[in-house]
Design a protein around this ligand. Structure first.
Ligand code: NAD
Length: 459
């Protein structure tokens, strides 16, 4: 995977160098040099840590499993980012995701830097005991670089609170007597996790969309009507319509986003399709999302794949191929699975007028440019899926203070923070010909650049 984040940072710096009101003290040759310094700092990770974990499997075999921890930038605070267990993890992908975390935290004013971890395994192929050993070894191999004030991992694809609990426990045994609650986030509640953390990303993904189409569009109706661009027109047209929604990926992020859409009484939604690694399920009258959530909770996370399973769970749906969800005749597509799902092969068949990125980098650079040019509103990952890291920050804070918030307090703080970001981004987006993603990056790059400049890091 190419490093998409670097390309967008480069474009953002090109816009900012010509804007004399940004860092006005930097002029002439000094300005050129400072912007060149910024590009090299923001486009390269501080550290790429790689190890081959030696694992003695339950079956008696010893295997070496490649594992990464990339630390991109910590100018805003300790490195922060999930650990992904997946068979296709690649080093450049982890670097890209770590850089995205730096920018995401800058955009949402979360006092963390950017990091990301990856382990090249298919967790479904390993026993619970083997996965426990993988988690322990990951912490042992990277223990010097991890910690509540250095680098704080969280769950990502293939990991969850079980893995975070194991990892935190290993960190605690390696560093007896030191504070440990803030070493990992996304832990179970009983182990110091935060109420609301599991749902935070999915709820935030849906909230980003709802805020645009309901709260913002209503409050700014006349203002939007005066804007002569496709994005404003789409927003005004869709805000009062009955909407057909589809959600790709029905894991932590996708299932919660689908349930939020199903339960939302601010918009006239119908979730007509959901998908996972096996199938797409479709019902033009709307799917019974609570029943599907219940089904996956007892089916190792997978959606029903046969008429028999659907019948037993009393769920009405047509079974379609996994990829079909992308090109259905719908209004809004939520992408909550993996990278590169919308690409040159399917981009011209997309019907959705709004795409919301719950997953990180689910649209390739080429498809992104093509769809934006067509006037499709893409609510980017950096904006939409930050709920997880925001509540991870709240979990880290609660762990430090050993004072815990109620679920209501957590969501209230999360949505207040996200709303502050939307209010600084959405008006600019409708006023500006640049796509939403570029607007978000410019905002984040401005923050990081100003801090780096003020800290004297650009000379
Ligand atoms: P998860 O492992 O819980 O769920 C992933 C889902 O995607 C599963 O339903 C799986 O079956 C499905 N899937 C896998 N391959 C697929 C394919 N080829 N086509 C369709 N569906 C497929 O993972 P998650 O935590 O929900 O994360 C999903 C995405 O959201 C990832 O990109 C992750 O980086 C991003 N994200 C997650 C969080 C978080 O807090 N969990 C935070 C920010 C971003």
């Amino acid at each position: 995977m190419v490093n998409q984040t670097v390309d967008i940072v480069k474009d953002s710096l090109k816009v900012l160098i010509d804007d004399g009101s940004f860092l006005p003290d930097l002029v002439g040759e000094g300005r050129n040099k400072a912007f060149t310094s910024l590009l090299s700092i923001l486009s390269t990770p501080n550290h790429v840590n790689k190890s081959y974990l030696r694992i003695a499997l339950e079956n008696g075999q010893v295997v070496r499993i490649p594992a990464f921890r990339v630390q991109h930038n910590n100018v805003l605070g300790p490195y922060k980012g999930g650990i992904r267990f997946h068979e296709t993890v690649k080093e450049d992908e982890v670097v890209n995701l770590a850089s995205l975390m730096t920018l995401k935290n800058a955009l949402h004013e979360v006092p963390f830097g950017g990091g990301k971890g990856g382990v090249i395994i298919d967790p479904r192929e390993y026993s619970e005991k083997d996965l426990y050993v993988v988690c322990k070894k990951y912490v042992q191999y990277f223990s010097d670089i991890l910690g509540p004030d250095k680098d704080i991992p969280a769950p990502d694809v293939g990991t969850g609170e079980r893995e975070m609990d194991w990892m935190m426990a290993e960190y605690k045994s390696i560093r007896p007597g030191e504070s440990y609650l803030g070493s990992f986030t996304g832990k179970s509640i009983i182990n110091g996790g935060s109420l609301g953390r599991r749902e935070a990303t999915g709820k935030g993904v849906y909230f980003t969309f709802r805020y645009l189409l309901h709260d913002f569009a209503r409050a700014k109706e006349n203002w939007l009507a005066e804007r002569d661009n496709k994005f404003a027109k789409t927003t005004l047209t869709l805000k009062d319509q009955s909407l057909k929604l589809a959600v790709q990926g029905f894991g932590n992020v996708g299932s919660v986003a689908a349930l939020s859409a199903f339960q939302c009484n601010h918009l006239n939604n119908k979730v007509v399709a959901v998908s996972d690694r096996n199938v797409t399920l479709y019902n033009s009258d709307g799917l019974d999302i609570p029943a599907l959530v219940k089904f996956v909770s007892t089916n190792k996370g997978d959606l029903p794949t046969s008429e028999e399973q659907l019948g037993n769970a009393a769920i009405k749906a047509k079974i379609l191929g996994r990829e079909e969800i992308i090109t259905l005749d719908i209004d809004v597509l939520f992408l909550a699975a993996l990278e590169n799902q919308v690409n040159k092969d399917n981009m011209s068949d997309i019907h959705a007028k709004i795409i919301v990125e719950g997953a990180n980098a689910p649209i390739t650079t080429e498809a992104d440019a093509y769809l934006s040019k067509k006037g499709i509103i893409i609510i980017p990952d950096i904006l939409a899926n930050a709920g997880g890291v925001i509540v991870s920050y709240l979990e880290w804070l609660q762990g430090r203070e050993t004072q815990f918030y109620t679920e209501e307090e957590v969501f209230d703080k999360q949505f207040t923070k996200m709303k502050e970001t939307f209010d600084s981004i959405y008006p600019q987006f409708f006023d500006d010909p640049l796509p939403l993603r570029q607007n978000c990056y410019i905002h984040a790059v401005m923050k990081l650049s100003t801090i780096l400049y003020r800290q004297g890091k650009l000379y």
